[in-house]
Structures are given as C-alpha cells and as structure tokens.
Write a protein that binds this ligand. Structure first.
Ligand code: C2E
Ligand code: MG
Ligand code: MG
Ligand code: MG
Length: 288
C-alpha cells in the first residue's frame, strides 16, 4: 500500500510540475503577446523634497493593462519577465515611452526607472539606454536608474562596466530597497551609488505604536555620513512625514503625496501646476 501511495505521489508531483511548467510557459506567451500589443504601460509616482514639499520628479513603475486581468502589478510579472529574458525588451519599451512623456515635463523634473540585475549583466544595455536618451533628447543628468542589492550577487565586473559607462554620461544610480537584501558597507562601496532609497518596510515602522524607528534614523545618518542623498518610500501619513523630517534632509514618495498614475493623469497634474512644457512647445510651433 505504501508503495502504491508512493507511486501516486510521484505521479501527482509530476503532474503538478507539468501544470506549473505549462502555466509558466502560458504566462510567458501572454507576456510576449502583451508586449507586442502594447499592453504594458508606464505609471508615474511623484517624488518630493520633504523639506520644501516641492515636486522633484517621478519614478516610473510598470503596469500591465491586460484585457483578461485588468491592471496587473509588477510583482506578478517582473520575475517571470526576468527569468525568460523578456525583461530587456519590456523595460526598454517602457523607458522609451517614459522618456517621451518626460520630455513634456518641466525641465527641472527627474525621471527614475527600476532596472533588473539581468539587464545590468548585458554588456550592450548601457549603449542601448544611452541611445534612447539621445534619441529623445532627455538629459542623462535628470535620469536615475534604481537597482537593488541583488545586482551585487551577479558578475560584479560586468555590472560595474555597465554602471560606469552610464555614469560617465551623467546618469545617476540609486540603491533601491536598501536594507532588505544582504546589506553591508562593503556592498555599498562595491559600486559608485549616487543615492540611497530606504525600503518602505522600514518607513512603515514609523507609523506603528512602539515601532522600530532606529533603522530609518541610522540609514539617514549613514547617507549623511557618506554624502549620499536619501529617499524614503512608502510615506502614507502626515505622522510618518513629520517623523522623517526630524531625522534629516530627505526626499520621499508615497500615497500621502500620490499613487502611481498613468501618463494622462500625470500630465493633468503637471498641467494644473504649470509644470508641463507642451503648451510652451505648441506655442513655439505656432510662432514659426
Ligand atoms: P520599488 O521600486 O521599490 O517601488 C516601490 C513600490 O511601492 C511600488 O510598487 C509603489 O507603487 C509602492 N508604493 C509607493 N508608495 C507607497 C505607499 O505609500 N505605500 C505602499 N504600501 N506602497 C507604496 P509597485 O508599483 O507595485 O512596484 C513593485 C516593484 O516592482 C517595484 O518596487 C520594483 O522593484 C518593481 N518594478 C516596477 N516597475 C519595474 C520595471 O519597469 N522594471 C523592473 N525591473 N522592476 C520594476
Ligand atoms: Mg524603485
Ligand atoms: Mg524601493
Ligand atoms: Mg520596494
């Protein structure tokens, strides 16, 4: 009987594996189709100077506008896109769209994008990204790439080469989700980062009764000590904002200021604040 059960179990396991593989390849196929149909779109979340309350730029966050499932969160498709290598095509398509959108923004505003470690291991990535910047005319010094600590587990020489060629052209490099991976000072030193971003799990502690606020405070001082500007993510309430402002000079983003929005809503917001160039540009066109 035990033998029988064992065989059944093996069969069950094989079937489960097969279903899983089929589901994966089905998902991969859907992502591929979604890319071809232009279903992936950039959303933008405001980034604020917490001292002045001024809007400094936006972080682009990918969304999948799927006809079957509606608006799909990146947590559900980025990892599959990474495993299948589709992330390069997907990301570059989104960046191209985002750069075009950002060309209409006030020329003081910055654009940040998230980049996977897979992309940083591709020796041609830097060239292609710089070409996109060139083609749209968006200045590299207003462009930030956000990378996580995972990329330090990859071939560090290859990653460093890509980062260096981007930085040589003025692109800024932010260490995202700081503190959630295997953080150490050696890792912080391994690449020439320009900024640090505190993960929202640490920021969330500031809103809890008896929450551990020491980590945020320590990361802010670390940033100050290393001359690295710090951004806090996940600011949801005024109380959290006030707590952060006591720790030092910070930038930040979160639902308190705004959720990620599509390009139309973002343009409306900028237009209302007179931070859109579109009007200026069409006036210029009328002149000549
Ligand atoms: P991330 O880069 O750390 O982005 C921060 C996440 O926190 C975003 O989730 C954002 O929508 C969310 N968030 C912002 N403010 C708040 C807040 O006040 N409260 C809470 N609870 N959450 C807030 P999202 O958009 O779902 O993105 C998740 C992750 O997916 C991102 O984390 C990033 O790692 C990844 N991702 C998004 N777009 C791309 C992309 O184009 N390429 C790559 N490689 N990764 C991406
Ligand atoms: Mg990010
Ligand atoms: Mg983050
Ligand atoms: Mg995060």
């Amino acid at each position: 009987q035990a033998k029988h059960g064992g065989r059944n179990q093996a069969t069950w396991f094989e079937e489960a594996m097969e279903t899983e593989l089929q589901a994966r390849s089905g998902f991969e196929e859907r992502i591929r189709r979604g890319i071809a149909q232009g279903e992936f779109v950039p959303y933008y979340q405001q980034q604020i100077d917490l001292e002045t309350g001024e809007l400094v730029g936006f972080e682009m966050l990918a969304r999948w506008n799927s006809p079957e499932d509606g608006l799909v969160s990146p947590d559900l498709f980025i990892s599959v896109a990474e495993e299948t290598g589709l992330i390069c095509e997907l990301s570059e398509m989104l960046i191209a769209q985002a750069l075009e959108d950002a060309m209409q923004w006030d020329p003081r505003l910055t654009l940040s994008v998230n980049i996977s470690s897979v992309q940083l291991c591709d020796p041609w990535f830097a060239q292609r990204l710089l070409r996109l910047l060139n083609e749209t005319g968006f200045p590299a010094k207003r462009f930030d790439i956000e990378i996580t600590e995972n990329c330090l587990n990859e071939d560090l020489g290859a990653v460093r080469a890509v980062i260096t060629s981007l930085k040589n052209q003025g692109v800024n490099v932010t260490l995202d989700d700081f503190g959630t991976g295997y953080s150490s000072l050696a890792r912080l030193k391994a690449l020439p980062f320009d900024k640090l971003k505190i993960d929202k799990t640490f920021v969330a502690e500031l809103s809890k009764e008896g929450g551990n606020t020491k980590f945020v405070e320590a990361i802010v001082s670390l940033g100050a000590g290393l001359d690295l500007p710090v951004t806090a993510e996940g600011i949801e309430t005024k109380e959290v904002l006030e707590a952060l402002r006591k720790f030092g000079k910070l930038k930040g983003q979160g639902y308190l200021y705004g959720r990620p929005e599509d390009s139309r809503t973002t343009n409306d917001l900028l237009s209302a604040r007179k931070l859109l160039r579109q009007a200026i540009r069409s006036n210029d066109k009328n002149k000549d």
